[in-house]
Design a protein around this ligand. Structure first.
Ligand code: MN3
Length: 241
């Protein structure tokens, strides 16, 4: 079966249908379709450079989708909702679980990552409303939250992600995962670290090396300037609903 046949017969969104990625934290379905960036690749400069964005979105993320597509074909799994698949990898055949974990995680994580960023100055410069209150209550202050989150990214050895999640009891937590693991992955991520991501930071070298080389902390400090706090707030409300 060729890719097009597979996409059609399994009910995956085909070209022109981009319903999948409009509302990250409402956990709406994520299909094999890649959404275009909501801003030009140079729009996050000087904090994130255009070349990094072009390679990251146009090559790395695309490769995760390509390899996920192959794995789902091999697994004979439908792919109408990649979120469901990565949340319970036990439903996948054993010989495809690692490929789906890595590439499904990669696809989901990056789909959200692009939405969690926006050009500096295009929206609120920090958390507001109920999200701000919850962050202050949980971490004592916004600055303390940012410090803890930054440390989660800095201390992640090798490649991975730092996360702000809403746990099943509605509380906020800062966590970190290796590689492309996602806090939704039951049975993969420690139960204590499971939750719904409402903000995530890619600390793979491919996310920052061209501009920041080995200086991951500098990348993290700069990244706060392009966090899309409106999207984070929406995700928080959706996760709490
Ligand atoms: Mn990446």
């Amino acid at each position: 079966m060729n890719r097009r046949t597979f996409l059609t017969t399994t009910g995956v969104a085909v070209a022109g249908s981009l319903i999948s990625t409009t509302s990250q934290a409402g956990l709406s379905a994520i299909t094999l379709e890649q959404a275009p960036l909501a801003y030009p690749p140079e729009a996050l400069e000087p904090h994130i450079d255009a070349l990094t964005m072009n390679i990251h979105h146009g090559k790395h993320h695309v490769a995760y989708i390509t390899n996920l597509t192959k794995a789902l074909e091999a697994a004979k799994l439908p792919s109408t909702n990649v979120l469901e698949l990565i949340s319970d990898l036990s439903k996948a055949p054993a010989d495809q679980q690692m490929a789906i974990r890595n590439n499904g995680g990669g696809h989901v994580n990056h789909t959200w990552f692009w939405q969690w960023m926006a050009p500096a100055g295009s929206g609120p410069t920090g958390p507001e409303g109920k999200l701000a209150e919850a962050l202050q209550t949980t971490f004592t202050s916004i600055d303390a939250f940012k410090k803890l989150f930054g440390e989660a990214g800095t201390k992640r050895f090798g490649s991975g992600w730092a996360w702000l999640v809403v746990k099943s009891d509605g509380s906020l937590a800062v966590t970190s995962t290796p590689n492309q693991d996602n806090p939704l992955m039951k049975g993969i991520v420690a139960d204590s670290d499971l939750g719904t991501p409402i903000l995530g930071l890619d600390v793979w070298e491919h996310a920052y090396y061209l501009k920041y080389q080995n200086k991951r902390p500098d990348y993290i400090t700069a990244w706060w300037n392009v966090v899309n706090w409106s999207a984070v707030a929406k995700g928080y409300e959706a996760a709490k609903a």
